[in-house]
Structures are given as structure tokens and as C-alpha cells.
Design a protein around this ligand. Structure first.
Ligand SMILES: *[C@@H]1O[C@H](CO)[C@@H](O)[C@H](O)[C@H]1NC(C)=O
Ligand SMILES: *[C@@H]1O[C@H](CO)[C@@H](O)[C@H](O)[C@H]1NC(C)=O
Length: 470
């Protein structure tokens, strides 16, 4: 063969050179390799074989989940995820779900150039977070250990990790209080300690974390107030404090967050009123205050820029009406005002057209919209009436009939029934008078609404029964 064919060796040579360069650049430190082997020895993973590549000396290039700083050859990242769409773990394209047991060895603290430590969603890794992590791993930027069975406390000196941007310990069994030192994590952007067994108060200075954009502390046993300082977090976009034991009012300052998009405060013991600033916040798309003891009326401050994917105010002690301005909102996807003490007619308008009766169920006396027509007012026979007396909000807005006398009441009942008015038998004539200053929006029509009738009926059955036996 005379013609000079291109040498097939050329590309192979080039590849080999590249490989040598790469491995030379990231030769594994022997000390780091020993530490990794000690970490591996404390863990066991039987099905996926994530550690099967952890043999030989090239821990930087060949070991699954390990990568090194190319200049120092020190281990910089240790990333092992039990639920990942990583093609290595899920060759068929299905997300793999692995199980790993054991504990996190102190040896991890010898990887003192570690920038990210991720052992996520292995379900069975137990034991505490080694406290030396906070004191030895000063280069750490990402610490993610969610979805395991870690116990013990968050290391007290966690605040020493001055480079930390992500701290995710969600879905474990971590107990104790949130260490105060956490408020020194000046670079922290993402804090997720959801679903643990944390107790005590939220550190009052959490608002010092100027870079914080996500603060997820839900599903713990945290008590005490929502720190007012959170309102000074100008980058905060998601705040989840739901399902704790928080008390006190929602700080007004929270509503001023410029980029706040979701606020979950459901299932706490929060009282006080809804700050108008929250509902006026143009960026807030998810607001969940469900299952608290929030009282007062819903501020009537919605605008055509209000855009709520979720507005859940259910199961509180809200009084007054459904705010008229809600009809202006550009969008309200999921609205839940049920199980409150609201009264009056539901406004007409686009946001209400697609809502079910469930959104308004179990209130004092709502009507209209999906609840069906508000009954029309009827003429009151002269001279035969009793007063409905409304206890004000302080008296839990309970509806109570206070007849001028029982006799008056019965007379009124009979007269109205005999008069053939189309009304429920026991309740007759309503004059709004005494005590209605607390409910200026209340009208006769709302009174005939089924919910109110039922409530009154319960209270009055006994009295009517007495009358019949006379
Ligand atoms: C609001 O929060 C409560 C309590 O955390 C929860 O039960 C409810 O499902 C949430 N509402 C929506 C619409 O997600
Ligand atoms: C929203 O309302 C303001 C005044 O209330 C009005 O000037 C503006 O055009 C409205 N915007 C839209 C998108 O309807």
C-alpha cells in the first residue's frame, strides 16, 4: 500500500494525551482517598452499587460521586443522591430510588477542602451530623443531607461555615433548637430544615441573613413568634413556616418583601389580623394562612394586579364580608375561605365564576355565587318583631337571638308563619337594629341564608319546643 493513509493512531494518541492531562490535573490525594474509604466503610448500599467504582487510586476521576479541585487534587465535591435521574443510576431512564444505611463518619471532616457535601434521599442513613463538619469544613458551600434518618441536633457552631450558601437538612429526625449561630451564615441563600423535630423559637435575628431567598422551616415543632426581622430580608422569595406551633401575629413587615412569592403559615397558632400589606403585595402568588386563629376582616385591598395561584385563608376566625376588591384580581386560582365567620353576599366577578361552594363552606352567613342566590328580603309585619342581637367579634361573632322577651319572639314566629311568607318555619321576622354596628354590611337578605338559619335553629329549637308545650 503506497498511498499514505491517515494514521489511525493519531486520534487515539490525542485522546490518551488528554486523559493523561486530566488525570494528572486531578490526582487523588492519598489522605482524601483514605477519608473516602472510611466514609464508605460506615455506609452500606446494596442494590445500586454506587460504591463499586470506589477502588484503585484515582478517586478524583474514577470514583462515582467524587470530584476534585483540578489544581490541588483535593476532593471538592461528594455527591451521592438516592433519588436521581442520573443515567449512571437509572440506565433505563427511570429515576432510581436507592437505599443506603449506616452513618456519616467523622472521617468526612478530613476532606477539609470539601465545597459540597450531598448525601440525599437515602432513607436509612442514621446517626447525627458529625459536629466537626461545622468546624473543619470551612470551604463548604453546599451541605445537603435531606431524606435520611439523621438524628441529634444541628451542630451548634454551624455559623462558622461562612461560605455556606445551601443548607438542606429536610426530612430527617433532627431535634433540638435551631442554633443561634445560624444567623451568622452571611452567604446563606437556601435554608431547608422542613420536616424534622426541631423545637424552640425561630432565632429572632434570622433576618440577618441578607442573602436568604428560601427559608423552609415547615413541619417541625417550632414555637414562639414569627420574627419581625424576616421582613428585612429583601431577597426572600419563599417562606414556609407551616405546621409548627408558632403564636402571635403575622408581622406587618412580611408583606413588604419585594420578591416574596410564596408564604406558607398554615397549621400554626397564629392570631391577630391579616396585614393589608400582604394582600397588597403584587408578587405574592401563594398565601396560605389556613388552620390558625387569624381574626378580623380580610383587608379589602386587592387590585387588578393581584395574582394569586393559591389564597387559602380557611379555618380561621375571619369575620366581615368577602372583600369586594377581590373581584378586581387579575387571577385567583385556588381560593379557600371556608370555615370562618364570614357573612354577606359573595361578590360577582371573574375570579368567583370558577369557584366551588366548598371555597366558602362553613361560614356564618355567606350567600350568593356558588352558594346560590341570597334570599330576597321580605316585608316585616308592623309591630311584630324581635331583635337579633349580634355579639361583636370579641364574642366570637356567634349569632345569638336575644328576643325582647321569649314571648315576643314566639308571637313574631307565629305571626310570620301565619302570614304565609316563604320562610323557614322557625325563624320569622328579622329587623336589623341593635348590635348591628359591628356588621354594617349585613343585610336582611343574608339573614335568610341557609347557614345562618341552621345555626339559629340549633339555638332556638329548645325555646320553640317549650312554646309548643305551653
Ligand atoms: C394550606 O396549608 C394547610 C396546612 O398546612 C394545608 O392543609 C392545605 O392543604 C394548604 N392549602 C393549599 C391550597 O395547599
Ligand atoms: C388597573 O387599574 C388602574 C387604576 O385603578 C388602571 O389605570 C390600569 O389600567 C388597570 N390595569 C389593567 C391591566 O387593567
Amino acid at each position: 500500500m503506497a498511498s499514505p493513509a491517515p494514521s489511525p493512531a493519531a486520534p487515539i494518541l490525542a485522546f490518551a494525551t488528554l486523559a493523561v492531562l486530566v488525570s494528572a490535573a486531578a490526582a487523588c490525594s492519598a489522605a482524601d482517598r483514605d477519608a473516602l474509604l472510611a466514609i464508605r466503610a460506615a455506609l452500606s448500599e446494596a442494590h445500586l452499587g454506587v460504591f463499586s467504582s470506589w477502588t484503585g487510586t484515582e478517586c478524583c476521576t474514577n470514583w462515582y460521586g467524587v470530584s476534585c479541585d483540578p489544581t490541588t487534587g483535593r476532593v471538592a465535591d461528594l455527591t451521592l443522591r438516592g433519588e436521581a435521574e442520573d443515567p449512571v443510576m437509572a440506565p433505563a431512564g427511570h429515576p432510581a430510588s436507592g437505599v443506603m444505611s449506616g452513618y456519616i463518619s467523622d472521617a468526612v471532616c478530613r476532606l477539609d477542602r470539601l465545597s459540597s457535601l450531598i448525601l440525599a434521599d437515602w432513607k436509612q442513613i442514621s446517626g447525627p451530623i458529625p459536629s466537626c463538619v461545622a468546624t473543619s469544613l470551612s470551604y463548604l458551600r453546599i451541605l445537603e443531607l435531606p431524606g435520611n434518618r439523621l438524628t441529634g441536633e444541628i451542630p451548634q457552631s454551624i455559623g462558622s461555615l461562612s461560605r455556606l450558601t445551601v443548607l438542606n437538612l429536610a426530612d430527617n429526625l433532627i431535634s433540638g433548637a435551631i442554633p443561634c449561630s445560624i444567623t451568622s451564615l452571611a452567604s446563606l441563600k437556601h435554608l431547608d430544615i422542613t420536616n424534622n423535630q426541631l423545637t424552640g423559637r425561630i432565632p429572632a435575628d434570622l433576618g440577618n441573613l441578607a442573602m436568604l431567598s428560601r427559608a423552609l422551616l415547615g413541619r417541625n415543632r417550632l414555637s414562639g413568634p414569627i420574627p419581625t426581622s424576616l421582613g428585612s430580608l429583601t431577597r426572600l422569595s419563599d417562606l414556609d413556616l407551616s405546621e409548627n406551633k408558632l403564636t402571635g401575629a403575622i408581622p406587618d413587615s412580611l408583606g413588604s418583601g419585594h420578591v416574596l412569592t410564596s408564604l406558607y403559615l398554615g397549621s400554626n397558632r397564629i392570631s391577630g389580623r391579616i396585614p393589608a400589606s400582604l394582600l397588597q403585595n403584587k408578587g405574592l402568588g401563594i398565601l396560605n394562612l389556613s388552620r390558625n386563629a387569624v381574626e378580623g376582616s380580610i383587608p379589602d385591598v386587592f387590585t387588578n394586579q393581584s395574582y394569586f395561584m393559591v389564597l387559602d385563608l380557611s379555618r380561621n376566625r375571619l369575620t366581615g364580608t368577602v372583600p369586594r376588591s377581590l373581584a378586581l384580581a387579575a387571577y385567583v386560582g385556588h381560593l379557600d375561605l371556608s370555615h370562618n365567620r364570614l357573612c354577606g353576599s359573595i361578590p360577582a366577578g371573574p375570579p368567583f365564576d370558577h369557584l366551588d361552594a366548598e371555597s366558602f363552606a362553613s361560614n356564618s352567613c355567606l350567600c350568593g355565587g356558588p352558594l346560590g342566590k341570597c334570599a330576597t328580603a321580605f316585608k316585616v309585619p308592623q309591630g311584630n318583631f324581635f331583635w337579633l342581637h349580634f355579639m361583636d367579634e370579641a364574642e366570637s361573632n356567634r349569632v345569638k337571638v336575644a328576643g325582647k322577651s321569649e314571648k315576643h319572639h314566639r308571637t313574631a314566629s307565629k305571626t310570620a308563619t301565619q302570614g304565609g311568607h316563604d320562610i323557614t318555619s322557625f325563624l320569622t321576622v328579622v329587623i336589623l337594629g341593635v348590635g348591628l354596628n359591628a356588621k354594617p354590611e349585613l343585610t336582611l337578605e343574608t339573614w335568610a341564608h341557609q347557614k345562618a338559619l341552621e345555626r339559629l335553629q340549633e339555638k332556638e329549637l329548645a325555646a320553640v319546643g317549650d312554646a309548643d308545650t305551653e
